[in-house]
Design a binder for this molecule. Structure first.
Ligand SMILES: Nc1ncnc2c1ncn2[C@@H]1O[C@H](COP(=O)(O)OP(=O)(O)O)[C@@H](O)[C@H]1O
Ligand SMILES: [Mg+2]
Length: 292
């Protein structure tokens, strides 16, 4: 899986190096959590790396997004637009099913072979466009599949109601359909100060942090995420020790099993194994294959 940089300071390390190329990510948060800022940084990072950027806005108009991006310190955005590296698709006020089923595929086929970054900000109006769950699933699934054809996709979702309750109809379907889900939780907890925490809810085909991470919105920097207790220096020694222990029991395992496990460990060399009792695991492996 090729990783691409998210464009968010501090986030790549929590995603085992970045976002998987050609994957779909959903960023969920309440109004003001920083979703549009996140989407803008993601697009900007791609443009700086020579990729194209496509900003699909279903709600806010292009001018507003550009204005906020400039206010946040991204003055070169106008140059990218001028050079046609960054394009906006303004679908606000349109019938979404019509837009997704007709206009979007046309657009995608005209971008065939591109390696772009696509941001849909926010995806929420698509969910709202129909109350039928199957139609929602169909529309969102189709939209993600189409946009993925031209690159790596990031969608934002508005969070309503109780903060952190992601089980609502509006969030469940997009979460289920996407590869990676990031929750930006901003709330007034235990006092009057706004607390912001980022959490990676899931990320297919990637190791990732399972902790909550404080984040801030800084003018000129955008979203800035802190690692907190997450080990930034991988605990290779622990994996190394486990590999040594596994080597010791090679003779007691069928050779295909040993080979498979030893190969898997190569992929895990950067993985923090601190939550795994490796001694117990060695015994479990032995017991599983006893008498094979
Ligand atoms: N120029 C700025 N300087 C500092 N913080 C800003 C600036 N512009 C926006 N913000 C912060 O970003 C928040 C809005 O971010 P935004 O990405 O628009 O959120 P969302 O899309 O989730 O509603 C604001 O509530 C504010 O805290
Ligand atoms: Mg927004």
């Amino acid at each position: 899986m090729k990783k691409i940089s998210s464009g968010i300071y501090g986030l790549n390390a929590l995603l085992d190096g970045g976002i998987n190329e050609n994957s779909t990510t959903v960023v969920i948060g309440m109004s003001g959590a920083g979703k549009t800022t996140f989407a803008t940084q993601f697009i900007r990072r791609g443009l700086e790396a020579g990729q194209e950027g496509i900003f699909v806005s279903l709600d806010e108009n292009k001018e507003q997004i550009i204005k906020e991006a400039i206010e946040m310190g991204w003055t070169e955005i106008l140059n990218f637009i001028e050079e046609d590296k960054l394009v906006f698709i303004d679908a606000s006020g349109q019938e979404f099913s019509q837009f997704i089923k007709k206009e979007l595929p046309d657009f995608v086929s005209s971008w065939k072979g591109a390696n772009a970054r696509i941001a849909v900000d926010p995806l929420t109006p698509v969910v709202w466009s129909t109350s039928d769950r199957y139609e929602q699933r169909d529309l969102i699934g189709f939209m993600l599949k189409e946009t993925r054809k031209v690159g790596t996709v990031l969608c934002t979702l508005e969070e309503h109601g109780t903060v952190g309750d992601l089980s609502g109809n509006e969030t469940v379907i997009p979460m289920y359909l996407s590869d990676c889900v990031i929750h930006l939780r901003s709330s007034f907890e235990a006092g009057s100060r706004l607390e912001r925490k980022l959490k990676i809810i899931k990320c297919r085909s990637s190791a990732h942090s399972e902790l909550e991470h404080p984040y801030s919105l800084m003018k000129g920097f955008g979203l800035v995420v802190q690692a907190g207790d997450y080990p930034l220096i991988p605990k290779r020694e622990k994996v190394g020790q486990f590999a040594t222990d596994l080597n010791k029991i090679e003779g007691q395992l069928p050779s295909y099993v040993f080979k498979r496990l030893a190969n898997s460990l190569k992929d895990l060399k950067d993985r923090d194994l601190s939550e795994v009792n490796t001694e117990e695991l060695i015994n479990a492996i032995l017991s599983e294959h006893q008498g094979d």
